[in-house]
Structures are given as structure tokens and as C-alpha cells.
Design a protein around this ligand. Sequence first.
Ligand code: GLC
Length: 557
Amino acid sequence: MQAKQKWWQKTVVYQVYPKSFKDTTGSGQGDIPGITRRLDYLKTLGVGAVWLTPVYPSPMVDNGYDIADYTAIDPSYGTMADMEELIAEGKRCGIRIVMDLVFNHSSDQHPWFLESKSSRDNAKADWYIWRDAKPDGSAPTNWRGIFGGSAWTWCEERQQYYLHTFAKEQPDLNWENPAVRQALYDAANFWLDKGVGGFRIDAIVYIKKPAFVDGEPDGEDGMVGIHEMTHDTPGILDFLHEFKANVFDGHDIFTVGEANGVAASELKDWVGENGVFSMLFEFSHMNLNFPTSERWYEAEDWPLSKLKGALTASQRATATNGWYPIFFENHDQPRCVNKFFPADADPLLAAKAMATVLFTLRGTPFIYEGQELGYTNVAWESIDDYDDISSHGQYALALEEGCTHEQAMAGIHRFSRDNARTPMQWSDSRNAGFTTGTPWLPVHDDYRSCCVEHEACDENSVLSYYRRLSRLRRESAVSDILLAGDYGEILPQHEAIYGFVRNLGNRKLYVLVNFTTHNAPYDAAIVAGASRLEGNYSDSTPGTLRPLEAVIYTRED
Ligand code: GLC
């Protein structure tokens, strides 16, 4: 048996995208009081922590990931008093609030940047990453930013370029400067003093920069994706250990770093005994469509073996050291029903199949708002219908590289981050009960059937299934197996079924999920003598899974 588990290992985390959650003012965008009013709803899902994407003052070029003040609240979301009330109300009902720390970059409207760009010799002159042009006047390196175009932007005042991993309005902070690091630690500590329950740390793999040299171009534009050049640069862990010592240590909180590009084999340095964070969002199971390129129009289909391999590798890597944050959606990803299943999949069965994996792997499940209602992607006609900055970057890149409008839009439909950002569907009334005004992003047109009001009173709904699985994990005769049991893959060669077993002492829990839309036979002996606990059909027959069938069996040996 392992050591006593922490509260955040036993709970369920829910990610709220505040702009799309619940509007209480009629502005058309969600706000903090809207979240406070819906804590009771989150409680019905067994949620013990809510991760809020950024609610700080921001010009909203990247929906709040461009922060202009790390220790205040954007007026469109409410006031600091609203935030304090959310934290206090959350505490009252057992839900801790988790803030998003965006410390790789700030907004170009942050006072630090305004000062930094004003001259080469001001007090914050080296708080960002400034470099001279190449002799021919071009950018210091040929790096392409994650949202498209050069990662360098020219600044007239300083007659220099500054670096931005993302949009030009998101200049990268210079972590080499101790004063910058201290200012960031102070900001995080400000929120700890307010009583938050933890942090999700944004884009953390980019904070350490390597030498500023050109890379081998990966496209017609002569540029190379900045991610390839700068993620996980040696020395990054020194910064992170200092961060931990100055902020996280000694607090009963959890931290989860966003670490695209960190492999399962490297997790030991990032989480657990000798690591930095409680958990790490690595994306090995999410990036299957993009083994070589970050271009949406070039997305590849993948065999189930890839998903199985990635999940098993992460489970193994966190088996004895660290802890795994289980997630299949977030605000940057398309809906899991579309992402992981064939186009002809029944969305209801698919949503429940993914939920079955979400609640039964070893780790802490993260539900992304709407996932528990079985949301599917949207498909708007024109690129102008999309708000997401990365959709615009991807569309331009696709056209530049010879795609037709239709080909470019196919990529947008499949991967746009707006798929995850449409408003929360509370009821079948106007605007799905999200706002009395005009929603900032259109409500999905399925809201009359897919909404909290209806799903809450339908025991076959996706929402009811989420509630049952959450209970199974938290307060049932098998909770201890789900929380602490170890993980072993079964049927590893099976092309249609992802199967695993959770073991605790002589008790076992088998999870079998058919990811295809045809029947999938398997050796019934695997579950001989076991009893069925839950599943997305009303019954199951050992030896065959029907299309998209997911089932959980338990047995004592
Ligand atoms: C992270 C966020 C994403 C944001 C980016 C820049 O990947 O999840 O939404 O655009 O960082 O901050």
C-alpha cells in the first residue's frame, strides 16, 4: 500500500472557461459571480477543485492568456471582492479554486513591458527578451511563433526585436533576470494568501531559452516552429526548483504544469519526490494527430495502438513516482467525442466511453466544462465566424502553403479551439440560459437536447453517467481500487479495444472500451467470474463489446 493520499489525488477537478460559463450581467460573457452561483451544480459531479483559466486584466488578444496585471481581476469578470467570495463559497462547499499562472509571457500592455520597450536603459530594460536585428535588418532568428508568423516583432522605440513564443501581443518574460522571477513568485504568493487551492502553470516548457540561432526550416516560409527550438531547454529545471521553493513548498495545494513536449520518460524530473509539480499535463496522448507538424491541415489519423501506448507509458511513468492528471479535453482542444472516435460514432456512447476511461485510469480526472454533457465540435462556415487567434493563424498558414479555403476550413472545423469555447448549455431557453444578452461566441445549435436542465433528469444522459462514475470513484465499494490500485494494460495487441486492469491486493477492476463502431470480440476468460459494475449500455456480454461499448467489471481472486 502506498502512503496516505492527498486531497487532490482523491478529488475530481473541473476546468471552467469563465468567459463561457455563466453570465450574470447580460454582457454576453461569463463572470465570476456566475461561477459562484453554479458551485452547487459542480458539487453534483463530485468536484473538489475548479481550475479557472485566466481572469486577470487583459486586452484579451488570447482570451486572457495575455495578462496586463497578475494580481487583479478583469472588470469584465467582476471584482476582487467577487473573487474572494468565490474562494470563500468554494471553501464552504468543499471546492478549492485553482488559478492559471501565465508566466512565460505577459501582455504587451503590461506596465512592465511598456516600460521595458520605452528605451534600452530603463529599469526594466531586460525584463523581456530583446535582440538586435541581423545585419540585413531581419529578425534575430528564423523562429515561427506558435500562432503563426515570426516569433520576433520589431520595436521602433528600442530599434530592436522582442521575442514572443505566441502572439506579438504576448512578449516573453526574461527568466534569466532574478528580479523578473521574484516579481512572478510574488504574484503567485499573492493568490496563495487569498486562499487558492493550487495552480495550473501555463506554457511552462518555454521559460528557458537556448542560444538564439537559426533552425532548419520546416516550411516554405523559411522558418522553423519555435516549439522545436525552445521547449524543455536544459537548465529549465533549476528555474522551476527555485519557483517551487519560493511559492509551492509548505502549502497544501496542488500544481499542474502545462508541458507540451515533455515525454513520459522525463516525468520523473518534473513530478514526484525529486520533481517540481504535483502533476504535469504532458500531451503524448493528445498530439497523436501531429507526429511531425503542428499544421492542422496536415493532421494524420492514428491507430488505436498509439493512444493505448501513450496512456500506458504515462501510467507507468507515474506508477511509483508522481501522479497523473487524466484529461481528454481542455480549452485548447476539440471535443473528445470528435477527436478520439470515428466520424460515424454515436456521440452519446462515445462521450460515455471516454468518461469511463477518464474516471478509471490511475490519477486525478480533469473534466472540461461541457464535456460532462457530451459536447461535440461546431462547424462554422467562414473563418470570420471564429474568435480563436490560433484558428486564424492556422487558416493563414494553410492558404499560404497552397490549401484551398475548403481544405483550410476542414482543419479549423476539426481542431479550432473555439470547439471547446462555445457557451455552457444550462437549459433549452434562449441562449441556452447562458446569457440574457448576445453571447460572445454562438451557442452550439444542439443546446435544446444537450443541456444541464434535461440531462439532469434523464438517467441515460451523459451527465448522469458522469455523476455515477464520479460516485464510483469517490464513494463506493471499489473507490479504494480506483484511487490506489495499480494499473496494468490488458489486450495490448487488440486493434479495437483499450483494456486495463486496476489491482489492489486480491481485488481487481477491469475496464474494457471499444473505440470502433463495429463489434469487437475478445477472450471472455479475461472477465470470467467477474461482475459488471457499470457501462454505457444497459448490459454486457463477456467476450464481445458492441460499437463504442465501455464496461467495468470487478472480481476478487
Ligand atoms: C497555453 C494555453 C493557451 C494559450 C497559450 C499561451 O497553451 O492553454 O490557451 O493560448 O498557452 O498562453
